[in-house]
Design a protein around this ligand. Structure first.
Ligand SMILES: NC(=O)c1ccc[n+]([C@@H]2O[C@H](COP(=O)([O-])OP(=O)(O)OC[C@H]3O[C@@H](n4cnc5c(N)ncnc54)[C@H](OP(=O)(O)O)[C@@H]3O)[C@@H](O)[C@H]2O)c1
Length: 243
């Protein structure tokens, strides 16, 4: 119950799904968490659901001014950060013949640019020995019908942590990607059911994952339990990436 005692965590996209489950678990393990999301109502509900040791800060990770406001708020209250969980992300399907510039820009702005600047702008506040966790996806390693722009965004951030592992080593900062397979969250409800059924049929464990199963892996990467783990992509996907 105290794996994160006294630690401060920033979790983008902490108002729903995987981020919210991680925020609840991190607080239960002794952390203070700052959660973000664009929608105020969902953010307020998440803060209530977490119950304590949490601040909600509204903002879009693709907007650099919003990120500046986030870290101004963190630095004025907590001052330092031990864990950055750059988790906010969006998913959309589109085939090569109907893909648009807007689809590409939207996915890359949130899933790649948003992740990069979430971490860059956290750097001055990060303690030595901090843990950076990015939410990737099994889609980074698999070819999936109409889902490869999304997959490309997650493959891009996979390389970020390889580079940061080298760049941040003198500060003892570890960087890892946590890559879920299909997990039962609102993001899944927004996708075409036939596409989700196709993906589910390829999972060796034969089922969708639950948010708590991803949150426990996030806790491992956030805590000292993973003190010699950096630069990896940890799949929490019922085996899908391995076959
Ligand atoms: N569920 C899955 O099957 C699955 C599988 C692999 C990877 N993932 C990844 O897991 C992460 C979390 O997804 P989830 O499944 O938990 O989905 P979710 O329940 O829809 O949660 C997404 C969270 O991100 C926030 N968000 C989205 N765009 C944002 C932006 N531009 N700026 C700030 N916050 C933003 C959302 O809040 P607002 O909408 O209010 O901004 C929400 O809090 C994503 O990176 C996703 O790609 C999910």
């Amino acid at each position: 119950m105290d794996k994160l005692q006294g630690k401060v965590a920033v979790i983008t996209g902490g108002s729903s799904g995987i981020g919210l489950a991680a925020a609840k678990l991190f607080v239960a393990e002794g952390a203070y968490v700052f959660i973000t999301g664009r929608r105020q109502k969902e953010l307020d509900e998440a803060v209530r659901a977490i119950g304590g040791n949490v601040t909600g800060i509204r903002g879009d990770v693709a907007n650099l001014d919003d990120l500046d406001r986030l870290y101004e708020s963190v630095s004025s209250t907590a001052r330092r950060i031990d864990i950055v969980f750059a988790n906010a992300g969006i998913a959309e399907f589109a085939t090569l013949d109907n893909i648009t510039e807007a689809h590409f820009d939207k996915l890359f702005s949130t899933n790649v640019k948003g992740v990069l600047f979430t971490v860059q702008k956290a750097l001055p506040l990060l303690n030595n020995g901090a843990s950076i966790i990015l939410t990737g996806s099994v889609a980074s390693a698999k070819g999936t019908h109409a889902f490869w722009v999304y997959g490309a965004t997650k493959a891009a951030i996979r390389n970020f942590v390889r580079g940061w592992t080298v760049e941040l080593k003198d500060r003892g900062i570890r960087s890892n990607v946590l890559s879920p397979g299909p997990i039962d969250t609102p993001i899944i409800d927004q996708q075409p059911p036939d596409a989700i059924a196709r993906i589910l049929s390829t999972i060796p464990m034969g089922r969708m994952g639950q948010v708590d199963e991803v949150a426990k892996a996030a806790l491992f990467l956030a805590s000292d339990d993973s003190s010699f783990v950096t630069g990896i992509e940890l799949f929490v996907d019922g085996g899908r990436a391995q076959i």
